[in-house]
Ligand binder design. Sequence first.
Ligand SMILES: CSC[C@H]1O[C@H](OP(=O)(O)O)[C@H](O)[C@@H]1O
Length: 366
Amino acid sequence: MNIDGRPWRTIWLEEGGRSVGVIDQTLLPHRFVTRSLTSVEEAAEAIVTMVVRGAPLIGVTGAYGLMLALQTDPSDASLAAAFERLDATRPTAINLRWALERVRAKVLPLAPQQRAEAAKAEAAAIAEEDVAMCEAIGDHGLRLFQEIAARRPEERRGQPLNVLTHCNAGWLATVDWGTALAPIYKAHRSGLPIHVWVDETRPRNQGASLTAFELGREGVPHTVIVDNAGGHLMQHGQVDAVIVGTDRTTRTGDVCNKIGTYLKALAAHDNGVPFYVALPGSTIDWSIGDGVKEIPIEARSPLEVTRIAGKPAAGEPTSVQLVPDGSDGFNPAFDVTPARLVTALITERGVAPASEAGLQALYAAA
Ligand SMILES: CSC[C@H]1O[C@H](OP(=O)(O)O)[C@H](O)[C@@H]1O
Protein backbone atom coordinates (compact mmCIF):
# COMPACT_ATOMS: atom_id res chain seq x y z
CA MET A 1 0.00 0.00 0.00
CA ASN A 2 1.00 3.64 -0.24
CA ILE A 3 2.31 5.72 2.64
CA ASP A 4 2.50 9.45 1.88
CA GLY A 5 2.53 8.68 -1.82
CA ARG A 6 5.28 6.05 -1.68
CA PRO A 7 4.40 2.37 -2.30
CA TRP A 8 5.43 0.11 0.58
CA ARG A 9 5.44 -3.59 1.28
CA THR A 10 6.01 -5.11 4.69
CA ILE A 11 9.10 -7.11 3.71
CA TRP A 12 11.73 -6.80 0.99
CA LEU A 13 15.13 -8.15 -0.01
CA GLU A 14 17.70 -5.41 0.54
CA GLU A 15 20.49 -4.42 -1.86
CA GLY A 16 23.17 -7.06 -1.99
CA GLY A 17 20.62 -9.77 -1.35
CA ARG A 18 22.03 -10.74 2.05
CA SER A 19 19.59 -8.89 4.34
CA VAL A 20 15.85 -8.47 4.55
CA GLY A 21 14.08 -5.18 5.22
CA VAL A 22 10.98 -5.06 7.43
CA ILE A 23 8.84 -2.42 9.13
CA ASP A 24 9.13 -2.45 12.93
CA GLN A 25 5.44 -2.79 13.76
CA THR A 26 6.05 -2.48 17.50
CA LEU A 27 6.77 1.24 16.96
CA LEU A 28 3.66 2.05 14.88
CA PRO A 29 1.71 4.30 14.77
CA HIS A 30 4.02 6.75 16.51
CA ARG A 31 7.21 5.96 14.57
CA PHE A 32 7.72 4.43 11.13
CA VAL A 33 11.08 2.65 11.40
CA THR A 34 12.49 -0.07 9.15
CA ARG A 35 14.94 -2.74 10.24
CA SER A 36 17.42 -5.01 8.44
CA LEU A 37 17.32 -8.71 9.31
CA THR A 38 20.78 -10.15 8.60
CA SER A 39 20.57 -13.60 10.20
CA VAL A 40 18.13 -16.39 10.95
CA GLU A 41 18.31 -15.43 14.62
CA GLU A 42 17.29 -11.86 13.83
CA ALA A 43 14.43 -13.17 11.68
CA ALA A 44 13.27 -15.45 14.48
CA GLU A 45 13.51 -12.67 17.04
CA ALA A 46 11.53 -10.32 14.80
CA ILE A 47 8.70 -12.88 14.72
CA VAL A 48 8.74 -13.60 18.48
CA THR A 49 8.80 -9.91 19.45
CA MET A 50 6.16 -9.07 16.80
CA VAL A 51 8.33 -6.64 14.91
CA VAL A 52 6.70 -8.57 12.09
CA ARG A 53 3.34 -10.27 12.71
CA GLY A 54 0.29 -11.52 10.90
CA ALA A 55 0.10 -15.07 9.55
CA PRO A 56 1.14 -14.47 5.91
CA LEU A 57 3.94 -12.07 6.87
CA ILE A 58 5.23 -14.46 9.53
CA GLY A 59 5.41 -17.14 6.82
CA VAL A 60 7.37 -14.96 4.38
CA THR A 61 9.71 -13.84 7.18
CA GLY A 62 10.36 -17.48 8.02
CA ALA A 63 11.09 -18.28 4.39
CA TYR A 64 13.64 -15.45 4.15
CA GLY A 65 15.06 -16.57 7.51
CA LEU A 66 15.95 -19.93 5.94
CA MET A 67 17.62 -18.05 3.10
CA LEU A 68 19.72 -16.06 5.58
CA ALA A 69 20.76 -19.26 7.35
CA LEU A 70 21.74 -21.00 4.10
CA GLN A 71 23.77 -17.99 2.95
CA THR A 72 25.91 -18.49 6.03
CA ASP A 73 25.98 -22.29 6.07
CA PRO A 74 24.12 -24.35 3.43
CA SER A 75 24.59 -27.70 5.17
CA ASP A 76 21.80 -30.09 6.11
CA ALA A 77 22.50 -29.42 9.77
CA SER A 78 22.25 -25.66 9.30
CA LEU A 79 18.97 -26.03 7.42
CA ALA A 80 17.54 -28.29 10.12
CA ALA A 81 18.60 -25.97 12.93
CA ALA A 82 17.21 -22.89 11.16
CA PHE A 83 13.93 -24.67 10.41
CA GLU A 84 13.57 -25.67 14.05
CA ARG A 85 14.44 -22.20 15.37
CA LEU A 86 11.96 -20.44 13.09
CA ASP A 87 9.23 -23.05 13.54
CA ALA A 88 9.42 -22.62 17.31
CA THR A 89 8.80 -18.86 17.25
CA ARG A 90 4.98 -18.74 17.17
CA PRO A 91 2.83 -21.90 17.06
CA THR A 92 -0.58 -20.79 15.81
CA ALA A 93 -0.21 -19.20 12.37
CA ILE A 94 -0.09 -22.16 9.97
CA ASN A 95 1.55 -20.01 7.29
CA LEU A 96 4.88 -20.24 9.11
CA ARG A 97 5.15 -24.04 8.99
CA TRP A 98 3.68 -24.02 5.47
CA ALA A 99 6.31 -21.58 4.17
CA LEU A 100 9.22 -23.28 5.96
CA GLU A 101 8.23 -26.68 4.59
CA ARG A 102 7.85 -25.25 1.10
CA VAL A 103 11.35 -23.75 1.12
CA ARG A 104 12.87 -26.88 2.70
CA ALA A 105 11.28 -29.10 0.05
CA LYS A 106 12.77 -26.86 -2.64
CA VAL A 107 16.33 -26.70 -1.28
CA LEU A 108 16.93 -30.10 0.36
CA PRO A 109 17.43 -31.98 -2.92
CA LEU A 110 19.95 -29.40 -4.14
CA ALA A 111 23.71 -29.28 -3.80
CA PRO A 112 24.55 -27.08 -0.77
CA GLN A 113 26.05 -24.32 -2.89
CA GLN A 114 22.74 -23.93 -4.78
CA ARG A 115 20.51 -23.78 -1.71
CA ALA A 116 20.70 -20.12 -0.65
CA GLU A 117 19.75 -18.83 -4.11
CA ALA A 118 16.92 -21.34 -4.35
CA ALA A 119 15.62 -20.32 -0.91
CA LYS A 120 15.78 -16.67 -1.95
CA ALA A 121 13.75 -17.38 -5.08
CA GLU A 122 11.17 -19.42 -3.17
CA ALA A 123 10.76 -16.80 -0.45
CA ALA A 124 10.27 -14.14 -3.14
CA ALA A 125 7.74 -16.36 -4.92
CA ILE A 126 5.77 -16.88 -1.70
CA ALA A 127 5.75 -13.11 -1.16
CA GLU A 128 4.54 -12.35 -4.69
CA GLU A 129 1.86 -15.04 -4.48
CA ASP A 130 0.68 -13.53 -1.20
CA VAL A 131 0.26 -10.11 -2.82
CA ALA A 132 -1.78 -11.61 -5.66
CA MET A 133 -3.91 -13.73 -3.31
CA CYS A 134 -4.68 -10.80 -1.02
CA GLU A 135 -5.67 -8.54 -3.90
CA ALA A 136 -7.96 -11.30 -5.21
CA ILE A 137 -9.51 -11.57 -1.73
CA GLY A 138 -10.14 -7.85 -2.00
CA ASP A 139 -11.93 -8.25 -5.33
CA HIS A 140 -14.16 -11.07 -4.07
CA GLY A 141 -14.88 -9.20 -0.86
CA LEU A 142 -15.76 -6.02 -2.74
CA ARG A 143 -18.50 -7.84 -4.64
CA LEU A 144 -19.88 -9.09 -1.32
CA PHE A 145 -19.91 -5.57 0.13
CA GLN A 146 -21.63 -4.25 -2.99
CA GLU A 147 -24.35 -6.91 -2.62
CA ILE A 148 -24.85 -6.06 1.07
CA ALA A 149 -25.03 -2.34 0.29
CA ALA A 150 -27.58 -2.95 -2.47
CA ARG A 151 -29.80 -5.04 -0.18
CA ARG A 152 -30.13 -2.34 2.48
CA PRO A 153 -33.45 -0.49 2.85
CA GLU A 154 -33.97 2.56 0.64
CA GLU A 155 -33.41 5.03 3.46
CA ARG A 156 -29.92 3.63 4.11
CA ARG A 157 -28.77 3.31 0.49
CA GLY A 158 -26.49 6.37 0.37
CA GLN A 159 -25.05 5.91 3.84
CA PRO A 160 -21.63 4.32 4.39
CA LEU A 161 -21.51 0.57 4.84
CA ASN A 162 -20.55 -0.02 8.47
CA VAL A 163 -18.02 -2.84 8.82
CA LEU A 164 -16.45 -4.01 12.07
CA THR A 165 -13.05 -5.64 12.21
CA HIS A 166 -10.93 -7.12 15.00
CA CYS A 167 -7.14 -6.94 15.34
CA ASN A 168 -5.08 -6.15 12.23
CA ALA A 169 -5.54 -8.17 9.08
CA GLY A 170 -4.41 -5.38 6.81
CA TRP A 171 -1.40 -5.01 4.56
CA LEU A 172 0.79 -4.91 7.68
CA ALA A 173 -0.21 -8.52 8.41
CA THR A 174 0.64 -9.70 4.91
CA VAL A 175 3.05 -8.55 2.18
CA ASP A 176 0.53 -6.13 0.68
CA TRP A 177 -3.24 -5.46 0.54
CA GLY A 178 -4.06 -7.54 3.65
CA THR A 179 -6.87 -10.04 4.01
CA ALA A 180 -9.81 -8.60 5.97
CA LEU A 181 -8.89 -5.04 4.99
CA ALA A 182 -8.36 -5.79 1.29
CA PRO A 183 -12.13 -5.70 0.51
CA ILE A 184 -12.33 -2.46 2.51
CA TYR A 185 -9.56 -0.87 0.46
CA LYS A 186 -11.15 -2.08 -2.77
CA ALA A 187 -14.54 -0.69 -1.67
CA HIS A 188 -13.08 2.66 -0.68
CA ARG A 189 -11.15 2.98 -3.94
CA SER A 190 -14.23 1.97 -5.96
CA GLY A 191 -16.25 4.78 -4.39
CA LEU A 192 -18.48 2.57 -2.25
CA PRO A 193 -18.99 4.62 0.94
CA ILE A 194 -17.62 2.58 3.84
CA HIS A 195 -16.84 3.16 7.52
CA VAL A 196 -14.90 0.79 9.74
CA TRP A 197 -15.40 0.12 13.43
CA VAL A 198 -11.89 -0.76 14.57
CA ASP A 199 -11.66 -2.95 17.67
CA GLU A 200 -8.66 -1.69 19.65
CA THR A 201 -7.89 -5.38 20.29
CA ARG A 202 -6.37 -5.82 23.66
CA PRO A 203 -3.87 -6.69 24.92
CA ARG A 204 -1.45 -5.57 22.17
CA ASN A 205 -3.84 -3.15 20.49
CA GLN A 206 -3.14 -4.19 16.91
CA GLY A 207 -6.43 -2.56 15.95
CA ALA A 208 -5.84 0.82 17.53
CA SER A 209 -2.14 0.90 16.60
CA LEU A 210 -2.02 -0.82 13.21
CA THR A 211 -5.46 -1.00 11.61
CA ALA A 212 -6.20 2.63 12.45
CA PHE A 213 -2.76 3.59 11.09
CA GLU A 214 -3.46 1.77 7.84
CA LEU A 215 -6.98 3.11 7.34
CA GLY A 216 -5.87 6.62 8.21
CA ARG A 217 -3.10 6.52 5.60
CA GLU A 218 -5.61 5.27 3.01
CA GLY A 219 -8.23 7.85 3.99
CA VAL A 220 -10.84 5.27 4.97
CA PRO A 221 -13.29 6.66 7.56
CA HIS A 222 -12.99 4.64 10.77
CA THR A 223 -13.66 4.76 14.49
CA VAL A 224 -11.54 3.02 17.09
CA ILE A 225 -13.72 1.36 19.72
CA VAL A 226 -13.09 -0.66 22.83
CA ASP A 227 -13.35 -4.39 22.21
CA ASN A 228 -16.44 -4.66 24.40
CA ALA A 229 -18.49 -2.15 22.36
CA GLY A 230 -19.01 -4.36 19.30
CA GLY A 231 -22.04 -6.25 20.60
CA HIS A 232 -23.78 -3.02 21.60
CA LEU A 233 -23.20 -1.55 18.11
CA MET A 234 -24.63 -4.68 16.51
CA GLN A 235 -27.70 -4.59 18.78
CA HIS A 236 -28.34 -1.00 17.61
CA GLY A 237 -28.08 -1.78 13.91
CA GLN A 238 -24.73 0.02 13.52
CA VAL A 239 -22.87 -2.90 11.95
CA ASP A 240 -23.70 -4.18 8.46
CA ALA A 241 -20.97 -6.84 8.47
CA VAL A 242 -18.04 -8.12 10.49
CA ILE A 243 -14.88 -9.11 8.62
CA VAL A 244 -11.72 -10.54 10.23
CA GLY A 245 -8.56 -12.37 9.26
CA THR A 246 -7.33 -15.72 10.53
CA ASP A 247 -4.11 -17.37 11.56
CA ARG A 248 -5.29 -20.89 10.87
CA THR A 249 -8.57 -22.20 9.44
CA THR A 250 -9.41 -25.90 9.50
CA ARG A 251 -10.62 -27.91 6.53
CA THR A 252 -14.07 -27.78 8.14
CA GLY A 253 -14.12 -23.98 8.37
CA ASP A 254 -13.31 -23.47 12.06
CA VAL A 255 -11.43 -20.18 12.30
CA CYS A 256 -8.57 -19.39 14.66
CA ASN A 257 -7.96 -15.67 15.05
CA LYS A 258 -6.95 -13.05 17.58
CA ILE A 259 -8.43 -13.53 21.04
CA GLY A 260 -11.88 -11.96 21.19
CA THR A 261 -12.89 -12.94 17.67
CA TYR A 262 -15.14 -15.72 18.96
CA LEU A 263 -17.05 -13.23 21.12
CA LYS A 264 -17.61 -10.99 18.10
CA ALA A 265 -18.93 -13.96 16.15
CA LEU A 266 -21.37 -14.80 18.96
CA ALA A 267 -22.65 -11.20 19.03
CA ALA A 268 -22.96 -11.16 15.24
CA HIS A 269 -24.88 -14.44 15.27
CA ASP A 270 -27.21 -13.16 17.98
CA ASN A 271 -27.94 -9.99 15.99
CA GLY A 272 -28.18 -11.47 12.50
CA VAL A 273 -25.03 -9.64 11.35
CA PRO A 274 -23.01 -11.48 8.65
CA PHE A 275 -19.60 -12.61 9.96
CA TYR A 276 -16.94 -13.02 7.24
CA VAL A 277 -13.43 -14.37 7.45
CA ALA A 278 -10.89 -13.41 4.79
CA LEU A 279 -7.98 -15.76 4.14
CA PRO A 280 -5.56 -16.99 1.48
CA GLY A 281 -5.29 -20.73 0.86
CA SER A 282 -1.94 -20.74 2.68
CA THR A 283 -3.84 -20.27 5.95
CA ILE A 284 -5.93 -23.42 5.61
CA ASP A 285 -4.77 -26.37 7.70
CA TRP A 286 -6.16 -29.34 5.77
CA SER A 287 -4.92 -31.76 8.44
CA ILE A 288 -7.24 -30.45 11.14
CA GLY A 289 -10.98 -30.99 11.42
CA ASP A 290 -11.78 -29.66 14.90
CA GLY A 291 -10.24 -26.25 15.50
CA VAL A 292 -11.25 -25.90 19.13
CA LYS A 293 -9.63 -29.20 20.07
CA GLU A 294 -6.63 -29.26 17.73
CA ILE A 295 -5.30 -25.77 16.95
CA PRO A 296 -2.34 -24.85 19.22
CA ILE A 297 -3.06 -21.51 20.91
CA GLU A 298 -0.02 -19.35 21.63
CA ALA A 299 0.33 -18.34 25.28
CA ARG A 300 2.08 -14.96 25.40
CA SER A 301 3.52 -13.16 28.41
CA PRO A 302 0.92 -11.96 30.94
CA LEU A 303 2.90 -8.74 31.08
CA GLU A 304 1.16 -7.85 27.80
CA VAL A 305 -2.04 -7.82 29.87
CA THR A 306 -0.78 -6.02 32.96
CA ARG A 307 1.26 -3.42 31.07
CA ILE A 308 0.24 -0.95 28.40
CA ALA A 309 3.01 0.42 26.21
CA GLY A 310 5.42 -1.17 28.65
CA LYS A 311 4.05 0.67 31.67
CA PRO A 312 2.24 -1.16 34.52
CA ALA A 313 -1.50 -0.70 34.13
CA ALA A 314 -2.55 -3.36 36.57
CA GLY A 315 -1.13 -5.49 39.32
CA GLU A 316 1.86 -7.46 38.14
CA PRO A 317 1.03 -11.12 37.46
CA THR A 318 0.15 -13.21 40.44
CA SER A 319 -0.04 -16.98 40.37
CA VAL A 320 -3.61 -16.70 39.13
CA GLN A 321 -3.35 -19.46 36.59
CA LEU A 322 -0.37 -21.27 35.23
CA VAL A 323 -0.13 -21.24 31.46
CA PRO A 324 1.86 -23.71 29.35
CA ASP A 325 5.10 -21.80 29.76
CA GLY A 326 4.68 -21.97 33.51
CA SER A 327 4.50 -18.21 33.98
CA ASP A 328 1.78 -16.56 36.06
CA GLY A 329 -1.27 -14.97 34.50
CA PHE A 330 -3.28 -16.02 31.44
CA ASN A 331 -2.78 -14.46 28.02
CA PRO A 332 -3.90 -16.70 25.13
CA ALA A 333 -3.20 -14.82 21.89
CA PHE A 334 -5.99 -16.49 19.87
CA ASP A 335 -9.35 -18.21 20.08
CA VAL A 336 -11.34 -20.43 17.71
CA THR A 337 -14.68 -19.52 16.13
CA PRO A 338 -16.63 -22.64 15.12
CA ALA A 339 -17.65 -22.79 11.47
CA ARG A 340 -21.34 -22.61 12.43
CA LEU A 341 -20.83 -18.96 13.41
CA VAL A 342 -19.04 -18.02 10.16
CA THR A 343 -21.29 -16.71 7.37
CA ALA A 344 -18.69 -17.25 4.64
CA LEU A 345 -14.98 -17.51 3.93
CA ILE A 346 -13.56 -14.99 1.43
CA THR A 347 -10.55 -16.54 -0.29
CA GLU A 348 -8.42 -15.73 -3.35
CA ARG A 349 -10.46 -18.34 -5.23
CA GLY A 350 -13.86 -16.94 -4.30
CA VAL A 351 -16.38 -16.97 -1.47
CA ALA A 352 -17.28 -20.28 0.17
CA PRO A 353 -19.50 -21.44 3.00
CA ALA A 354 -17.46 -22.29 6.11
CA SER A 355 -17.56 -26.03 5.58
CA GLU A 356 -15.43 -28.90 4.29
CA ALA A 357 -17.57 -29.10 1.19
CA GLY A 358 -17.30 -25.36 0.66
CA LEU A 359 -13.51 -25.32 0.86
CA GLN A 360 -13.15 -28.52 -1.15
CA ALA A 361 -15.21 -26.95 -3.94
CA LEU A 362 -12.78 -24.05 -4.11
CA TYR A 363 -9.53 -25.98 -3.67
CA ALA A 364 -10.24 -29.46 -5.00
CA ALA A 365 -8.27 -28.73 -8.15
CA ALA A 366 -5.32 -27.47 -6.05
C1 LIG B 1 -3.90 -11.99 8.01
S1 LIG B 1 -3.26 -12.68 9.45
C2 LIG B 1 -3.83 -11.49 10.60
C3 LIG B 1 -4.03 -12.08 11.95
O1 LIG B 1 -2.79 -12.16 12.67
C4 LIG B 1 -2.97 -11.46 13.89
O2 LIG B 1 -2.28 -12.03 14.94
P1 LIG B 1 -0.87 -11.38 15.43
O3 LIG B 1 -1.00 -9.89 15.33
O4 LIG B 1 -0.73 -11.91 16.84
O5 LIG B 1 0.16 -11.95 14.49
C5 LIG B 1 -4.44 -11.51 14.13
O6 LIG B 1 -4.88 -12.75 14.61
C6 LIG B 1 -4.94 -11.23 12.75
O7 LIG B 1 -6.27 -11.49 12.50
